[in-house]
Design a protein around this ligand. Structure first.
Ligand code: SF4
Length: 396
């Protein structure tokens, strides 16, 4: 049944998971045979609710592009861990890159697998970056008072039962200096029923998302068509339970690389009360060539999308999650492109501003090689010992 025509008939039905391409009858035998080697390399997983959002008559359907493998993923392009996340692993299952923020990778499963995932390495057999035993990670967090917010991620923490998730949240709440807990999740898009069918989840948010210690849900909607009545109900449930919900999305070729589509996503989210937060440029992750595009093209789409929104809808920032930090693209002129560190792994780069000559073929920050100017104009945060140009360029 197509959920697009179920406007007022919201389902409670638990979705059926699909882990084999032969469970997708809409694919022809020939397509399945072509896609099997892709599935062998980068695992496929979806469910019947999410697949029902696909218009199978449209080979370029954006929801299809999010979830159904493409042969082009086999092109040898990119690296498995493009931002070198593993380098910031400080304890089993814990990454600490920015002073105030720690990541706990609490599981390696998602409700479905986005084809463009930058963490696809976690879904592979020999990965050891994720742990279900968070005791080491918790001990690290307790010993680091500068950590005031912890992001639960993976995989998708909300795929865990509330009875497994609640003890993690409870133990984090017992750490005085952890003020914000974030949950990175695509469950509101992939399986919103998991949210509104679970009263114990409502209780968990009510108990632990309190006046001065909030739980933020970092939702992951890529396209306005994912905002079905079920998804909106799931988001309402979270908001009413006391969670703060914001949205972040990569810009994905064939999904939201259109100012009208991205602008509509921003607007629809703002109507629901879910502000757009980050729009990520796709990392150069192995197999992701069909989902990415040059940086300058993506930035132009992002800016054009912001033009159509109200102030509330245009709060998103366009960033690259680079090995050295979150680098925001803040402007383009005829000759130059302007970057600023939004978050820096090395504090000497905090708020650092960089001007490079434009490069229409750049797919990532590292492809910019002609530095025109850099630094920080404010004396109190100027970096006397900031990296020299050569150090800076050699660091990559
Ligand atoms: S929900 Fe996030 S972690 Fe899971 S497959 Fe999609 S992008 Fe990757």
């Amino acid at each position: 049944m197509n959920h697009l025509i179920m406007k007022n008939n919201i389902t409670d039905k638990k979705p059926k998971y699909l882990t084999r391409l032969n469970q997708v009858p809409e694919l022809s035998q020939e397509e399945r045979e072509q896609l099997e080697p892709v599935n062998d390399k980068f695992i496929f997983r979806s469910n019947d609710y999410y697949n029902s959002l696909i218009d199978w008559n449209d080979p370029k359907d954006p929801i299809r592009k999010i979830i159904i493998p493409e042969v082009q993923e086999l092109e040898e392009w990119g690296q498995l861990d493009a931002s070198n996340e593993e380098q910031y692993t400080r304890a089993k299952g814990l990454e600490h890159k920015y002073d105030s923020t720690a990541l706990l990778l609490v599981n390696e499963v998602c409700a479905a697998y986005c084809r463009f995932c930058f963490r696809k390495r976690l879904f592979m057999d020999d990965n050891e970056e994720v742990t279900k035993d968070i005791s080491e990670g918790l001990a690290y967090i307790r010993e680091h008072p500068e950590i005031n917010n912890v992001l639960l991620t993976g995989g998708d923490p909300l795929i865990m039962s509330t009875s497994k998730l609640e003890p993690i949240i409870r133990q984090l709440r017992e750490v005085e200096h952890v003020r914000i807990i974030r949950i990175g999740t695509k469950i509101p898009a992939f399986n919103p029923m998991r949210i509104y069918n679970d009263e114990s989840l409502r209780e968990m948010f009510r108990q632990y998302s309190t006046g001065q210690k909030r739980i933020y849900v970092m939702a992951h909607f890529n396209h306005p068509r994912e905002l079905t009545p079920e998804a909106v109900r799931g988001l309402e449930f979270l908001l009413q339970a006391g969670a703060i919900v914001i949205n972040q999305t990569p810009m994905i070729a064939g999904v939201n690389d259109d100012p009208e589509v991205l602008g509509r996503l921003f607007n629809e989210l703002s109507y629901i009360g879910v502000p757009p937060y980050y729009v990520f440029h796709c990392r150069p992750t192995l197999g992701n060539k069909p989902y990415t595009m040059p940086v300058e093209k993506a930035y132009e789409i992002f800016e054009r999308a912001r033009i159509v929104g109200s102030g509330l809808a245009k709060r998103a920032r366009f960033v690259m999650s680079h090995q050295t930090g979150k680098i925001e693209v803040v402007g383009l002129t005829e000759k130059n492109i302007y970057f600023r560190y939004q978050r820096a792994a090395d504090n000497r780069n905090s708020a650092r501003f960089m001007v490079f000559r434009r490069n229409a073929d750049a797919y990532w920050f590292d492809d910019y090689t002609e530095l025109v100017d850099d630094g920080c104009a404010f004396e109190d945060v100027s970096h006397e010992d900031s990296w020299e140009l050569d150090d800076f360029m050699n660091a990559f």
